[in-house]
Structures are given as structure tokens and as C-alpha cells.
Design a protein around this ligand. Structure first.
Ligand code: NI
Length: 164
């Protein structure tokens, strides 16, 4: 088991658009396990491969209290629907910053598991928000992109100073 290094905003590599996974092999399984361990250790409720500098369409999430309901989603495709809800979000790539973001309350998820089998389900509430947040990472998008440019500028400055 390897803990992976998480990139921090404003690292430009976080802006990379991820490409689809085409090979479902043992290495993918190991990498998905490492992503989960890295997420739990952080601690966080979601992680996208982009955040550990692997630009493939892979996300892991677990919003359960007991940290025993992991989802590993490969090549996820989302259809969000329903009302928009506002909630406080944070991100392991934007440490110690939290702000309010609007997301769809529900999402239909089509993806593959680590073996390449198709999976489909609908998610609500926190799981829905978390999956939408992680899939944004695969497009090179961060939750701070939804904030005003003034706020985003302040956050970027703060993180740059902290990294020094
Ligand atoms: Ni994030």
C-alpha cells in the first residue's frame, strides 16, 4: 500500500483533463487501492486521480461515517438532475479552505468498476455532491472555480504563501 502525494492548488497539473481508462489490469486495482488509502489517511471523502498526478478517469469516494462504503468509479459519466442545493465544500487539493457551492441534488452515475464491469446507480445528497466534485477534477476543474474571482484570488494567494 502506498500513500500518494496530493497536488495542491495552484499547481497547473490540477488543470489537466483526464483521459479514459482502457486497460483494466492488476496495476489499476493496486492504484485504486492506493487512492482509497490516500483518501482515508488525508482524511477526505473523495479523491480523483488528477489530484495525485495521474491523468486517467478514476475517482474514489466514501461519504459513510464508518468509512466502510468505498466507491471506485472508472470512466464515470454523470447526469445530474433535480434541484440545486448549496453546501459547504472543501478539497484535499485546496487545504483548509471551505466555501459554499451549488450542485444538483441528484445524479445518475454510469461508470465501470476496477474489473471493467459496467455499474449504474443514482446518488443523492452528500454522495451526489461528492461525485460531482470529483468528476470536476477529471476535467481540470476545482470547486474554487465556482467562487467569485475576488475570492478565488484571495485563496490562491493564501495557498501560494503557505507553500513557501
Ligand atoms: Ni477536490
Amino acid at each position: 500500500m502506498t500513500l500518494l502525494k496530493i497536488l495542491h492548488h495552484p499547481d497547473p497539473r490540477l488543470r489537466t483533463k483526464a483521459t479514459p481508462v482502457q486497460t483494466f489490469d492488476a496495476a489499476l486495482e493496486v492504484f485504486a487501492q492506493d487512492m482509497l488509502q490516500t483518501m482515508y489517511a488525508a482524511p477526505g471523502i473523495g479523491l480523483a486521480a488528477t489530484q495525485v498526478n495521474v491523468h486517467k478517469r478514476i475517482i474514489v469516494v466514501d461519504v459513510s461515517e464508518e468509512k466502510n462504503r468505498p466507491h471506485t468509479l472508472i470512466n464515470p459519466v454523470l447526469e445530474p438532475y433535480g434541484n440545486k442545493i448549496k453546501g459547504e465544500e472543501g478539497c484535499l487539493s485546496v487545504p483548509e479552505i471551505y466555501d459554499s457551492v451549488e450542485r444538483f441534488e441528484h445524479v445518475n452515475v454510469k461508470a465501470q468498476d476496477v474489473a471493467g464491469n459496467p455499474v449504474e446507480f443514482t446518488a443523492d445528497g452528500m454522495l451526489s455532491v461528492c461525485i460531482q466534485h470529483e468528476c470536476d477534477h477529471l476535467e481540470g476543474k476545482l470547486f474554487v472555480d465556482y467562487l467569485s474571482s475576488l475570492k478565488r484570488g484571495r485563496i490562491t494567494k493564501k495557498l501560494r504563501e503557505r507553500a513557501r
